[in-house]
Design a protein around this ligand. Structure first.
Ligand SMILES: [Zn+2]
Length: 88
């Protein structure tokens, strides 16, 4: 199973935009219409590879999918293989 650490942002924003959840890493509002999402597990500290979705059975530690901004994907290229578009 492929898991990587969720990067921590040193400058996490606390913007509360109301409607849409902010970027899981930096906390900035996401303006993209179809942002990529990361599957956050391990109680919030790990990112699960989309290919291993069904193998992860620890539902208590499964935080579900969270959006990630394009800027953070650029800053953390190791996340690119883990970021997926969710189907509506
Ligand atoms: Zn971000």
């Amino acid at each position: 199973m492929n898991l990587i650490d969720l990067p921590q942002s040193a400058h996490r924003h606390a913007d509360d935009t109301g409607d849409l959840p902010p970027c899981i890493i930096c906390g900035r509002p996401i303006r993209a219409k179809s942002p990529k999402h990361l599957h956050i597990v391990g109680g919030g500290s790990l990112v699960l590879s989309p290919a291993d979705d069904e193998e992860y059975t620890d539902t208590a530690a499964d935080m579900g999918y969270h959006p990630v901004g394009a800027g953070c994907l650029k800053k953390h290229p190791q996340l690119k293989a883990y970021a997926i578009l969710l189907e509506d």
